[in-house]
Design a protein around this ligand. Structure first.
Ligand code: ATP
Ligand code: MG
Length: 574
């Protein structure tokens, strides 16, 4: 038997809705959370969560809490402020840069508003978690974090104060850390699923926090900042980081080297169209100056881009040649190629071109291309390297099937940090079986609670408003009275009371508004189920139940309303 709950009257609810789209909001989540009266901006990147949003946030936190507890993590609460001296100890005070918000106390001592809490937790355990017998230990808390983001934007997506769950694990060995890490990955996947998010675990660069292994949990949405490729076999990666052998087609011709006049055709598109060939059958040549000031020509399949991160790894701080530099090295924009390359220019080609023997490429002469150019025979490649940004449609590096592509919102990230980055630097050690002092093998695990709310809205909305999954909805059901008073109004109040009595979270739209206004507001706020109560229905003994997600309307007998909605809500609670 569920606990009886109070009914929230819409006439009393503090949810100042907006009729118009706020001009500053580009993303659906930002726009709809503002319009539904769920969040308000206080200053750049600082938001209040109004009552509806706060209810959803608390549900997201609770899902997170349950999943953390299920893998043995223990909840606690550390201070938001951290002594800057701890950041000096870890050496991160410089690395974090201006994102770290600092302040001075009355004694002139510097503190940081925690952007993340590795230092705090390492300091917490370093003198009191003493023996291998106590390990592993995982601690977490859910609290506000502060980052003075260069560009706070998109509402809750990238704010300067936001809610994060951060967990820290302390293990005696790498094996133990790996086990904790695997458990956490399971918890993160379940967290996303229970919040109603379609999310992918993506292998990540560990960035500022450091360490060996890291996975980001990416909620798929066009609004995401990350560009991803993935495959049904389970492979997923940031397109910048992914490597695969791109399928390339051979160019036109019979395999002999032919110089063809291509007047004014200085783009891949124009050359492909001229030969009536896919862009993939052409070769794209980019002239650059590497970090040491030396000229390089890099060649990739015509339909792919040179990947900046991979190129920077190979060429250092490189730049594409300016018009003056092109002239200096006797290269002609739009007509650069591997054959007859001027002396002294290094030729680096994408690995996927290695097996191709008939290249269509610039002739190093204005208005001419070659077809049928063959590496080894017609030119010498100095190095074959992985140069391209992987695209949807390229073969999956694991199974070969065509990759899918899309954008992702990072909702969480897990890291295996190991012993060096914090524990060793900050002298956080335990006594091992032989009584020797060893630094902890650490892991850290973050979830953006407030960003999750925005990600859920990105995945669940339509032109009328938000469509909350039941598990994170501010209220599960709204009861809409079509009449302002009288028998139908009283019946609506009664139904709302009965639903609440049965443990369903109910908002009762008792406002003296026209039905159209009520429908629009309820759609905007996105309660999963609406119970519409009107005079005609009541006389016939029925109400209409609308499923916000599908728009489907069902007439339900008054005597069945509670059972019907209990069943629907129970199924969605997860
Ligand atoms: P991003 O790359 O988006 O800046 P991050 O990798 O720096 O994020 P982490 O240090 O991994 O972030 O923090 C853990 C989680 O906190 C992130 O996965 C994200 O969900 C959330 N988060 C980070 N920065 C913000 C922010 N400015 N506003 C809201 N949520 C944030
Ligand atoms: Mg991250």
């Amino acid at each position: 038997m569920s606990k009886s709950l109070p009914v929230m009257k819409m006439s009393r609810l503090y949810a100042p809705t907006l009729k118009e789209d706020p001009a500053e909001a580009e993303l659906a989540s930002h726009r709809l959370l503002l319009r539904a009266g769920m969040i308000r901006k206080q200053a750049a990147g600082l938001y209040s969560y109004l009552p509806l949003a706060w209810r959803s946030i608390q549900k997201i936190e609770q899902i997170c809490r349950e999943e953390m507890d299920a893998v043995g993590a223990q909840e606690m609460l550390a201070p938001i402020l951290t002594d800057a001296a701890l950041w000096e100890e870890s050496g991160r005070i410089g690395a974090y840069g201006p994102e770290l918000m600092r302040l001075e106390d009355r004694h002139g001592r510097t503190f940081c508003l925690g952007p993340t809490h590795e230092e705090t937790f390492t300091d917490l355990v370093r003198n009191e978690l003493r023996s291998y017998k106590q390990l592993p230990v995982t601690l977490y808390h859910i609290q506000d974090k502060f980052r003075d983001e260069l560009r706070p934007r998109f509402g809750l997506m990238r704010s300067r104060e936001f809610i994060m769950k951060d967990a820290y694990s302390f293990s005696a060995t790498q094996e133990s850390l790996s086990e904790v890490y695997e458990d956490m990955k399971g918890a993160y996947a379940r967290y996303c699923e229970r919040c109603g998010l379609k999310a992918l675990p993506v292998a990540a660069d560990s960035g500022e926090i450091g360490g060996d292994a890291s996975v980001e949990y990416m909620a798929l949405a066009d609004a995401g900042e990350a560009s991803l490729v993935w495959c049904d076999c389970g492979f997923a990666a940031d397109d910048e980081a992914a490597s695969t052998t791109v399928a390339v087609s051979e160019g036109p011709g019979d395999g002999t080297l032919q110089k063809v006049e291509t007047p004014g055709l200085g783009t891949i598109e124009a050359v492909a169209a001229f030969f009536g060939f896919p862009e993939n059958g052409t070769r794209k040549s980019l002239a650059l100056i590497d970090g040491e000031g030396n000229p390089v020509v890099a060649i990739v399949p015509g339909d792919h881009e040179l990947n900046d991160i991979k190129a920077a790894k190979l060429f250092g701080e490189y730049h594409l040649m300016t018009d003056e530099e092109l002239e200096e090295y006797d290269l002609h924009k739009g007509f650069i190629g591997p054959v007859n390359l001027p002396q002294g220019i290094r030729l680096v080609c994408d690995e996927s071109l290695k097996a191709s023997t008939s290249w269509t490429c610039g002739a190093n002469e204005v208005d001419y291309h070659f077809t049928g150019a063959q590496p080894g025979r017609d030119f010498t490649v100095d190095a074959w390297e992985d140069l391209v940004t992987v695209k949807p449609g390229d073969p999956c590096p694991h199974c070969g099937k065509p990759l899918k592509g899309g954008r992702g919102i990072e909702c969480g990230q897990v890291f295996q940090i190991g012993p060096d980055k914090y524990a060793a630097k900050m002298g956080a050690t335990f006594a091992d079986e032989n009584g020797r002092e060893q630094p902890f093998y650490m892991g850290c695990y973050g979830i953006g609670i407030s960003r999750t709310l925005a990600a859920v809205v990105e995945q669940h909305h339509d032109e009328h408003g938000i469509i909350w999954p039941v598990s994170v909805a501010p209220y599960e059901v709204s009861v809409i009275a079509l009449d302002k008073k009288g028998e139908a109004f009283d019946a609506a109040a009664e139904i709302a009371a009965q639903l609440a009595e049965a443990g369903i979270e109910v908002v009762f739209d008792d406002r003296a508004e026209r039905p159209g206004v009520k429908f629009a507001d309820n759609d905007l706020m996105g309660f999963p189920y609406q119970v519409v109560v009107g005079k005609r229905g009541i006389r016939a003994g029925t109400v209409e139940v609308k499923d916000r997600a599908t728009g489907e309307r069902t007439d339900v007998a008054l005597s069945d309303v509670v059972a019907h909605l209990s069943e629907l809500v129970e199924a969605g609670r997860r």
